[in-house]
Write a protein that binds this ligand. Structure first.
Ligand code: 1HE
Length: 259
């Protein structure tokens, strides 16, 4: 597949996926979402971790409103369900993702970012859900993912008032985990991704596959599923060697916190 709205590159075992419609502020069109799906498939086949970022001055201005204005309600449902499938591939797929955020991270752009396991934003980033102003609703999984990250009440506030949040505020409200200096989001995201890539692949798989599903379970089912997953990861030769390396004092000890 020729990519026109997304870039794809493998670098140090990482898949770098760039949203690439800067003239339209990386608004997510049908073409872009199809290419994003193709890029996710390539990443799963060739990389241990993916990094999603935006070319130009913004991560993404969200849904392509010009295309959306032409959709019938039924087409709207199908469109939303397609985004759900593709963003689920990021949140619950075979490899973890780090989102590198700057500029606008709004609407569907924030829904995309929320599907990554780790989000790092630089100081230029601003976050918002202007769906109320546009007369629409979230459709990319935001009412599930964003509400869980920041609480439904915080999300309702963003949607009702249309206000935007700075990176510092977004970190305080659990929308993101890291704030980087201006221009450093991608560099930080790659550094985090390299660190994640050094984990046992089966542990990363368990984290991306099991952790979000356990959040959907009852207390008892969650604990049982956790025990099965723990036993399963422990059987890999990788785990056996990593545990032995620690006990033989060949493994790195934990570093002190940076902040
Ligand atoms: C777009 C879009 C878009 C820009 N769809 N074309 N998202 C929004 O409501 C955010 C809408 N965008 C903005 O508020 C601003 O564009 C920005 C703050 C992100 C950037 O401002 P600025 O001044 O740098 O750019 P601009 O002049 O507004 O936009 C440049 C071009 O990008 C312009 O097109 P041009 O042909 O006139 O040059 C814009 O029309 C175009 N553009 N954003 C289409 N979003 C699955 S449900 C998810 C629901 C949502 O995502 S709702 C939130 C939608």
């Amino acid at each position: 597949m020729n990519l026109a709205h997304v870039t794809f590159e493998i670098q140090d075992g990482l898949a770098l996926i760039g949203l690439n419609r800067p003239a339209k502020r990386n608004a997510i069109s049908d073409g872009m979402i199809d290419e994003l799906k193709a890029a996710l498939d390539m990443a799963a086949a060739h990389a241990k971790v993916g990094v999603i970022f935006g070319h130009g001055d913004h991560f993404s201005a969200g849904l392509d409103l010009a295309e959306h204005a032409e959709r019938t309600p039924f087409e709207g449902v199908l469109h939303s369900r397609k985004w759900h499938r593709i963003f689920d591939e990021i949140e619950r797929g075979p490899i973890p993702y780090v989102a590198a955020l700057h500029g606008a991270v709004v609407g569907g752009g924030l829904e995309l970012a929320a599907s990554a396991q780790v989000r790092v934003a630089d100081e230029s980033a601003f976050f918002g859900l202007p769906e109320g102003q546009r007369g629409i609703f979230v459709g990319g999984g935001g009412s599930v993912r964003i509400a869980r990250l920041m609480t439904a009440s915080r999300m309702a506030d963003l949607m009702l008032t249309g206000r935007t949040l700075s990176a510092a505020k977004a970190e305080q409200l659990n929308l993101i985990q890291y704030v980087a200096a201006a221009g450093q989001a991608l560099g930080e995201a790659k550094a985090l991704a390299r660190r994640i890539a050094s984990n046992a692949p089966l542990s990363n798989f368990a984290i991306t596959q099991a952790l979000p599903r356990i959040q959907d379970m009852s207390h008892d089912d969650g604990l049982f599923f956790e025990a099965l997953m723990a036993a399963f990861t422990q059987t890999s030769p990788d785990a056996v060697e990593r545990l032995r390396a620690f006990l033989d004092k060949r493994a790195d000890r934990l570093a002190k916190p940076r902040d």
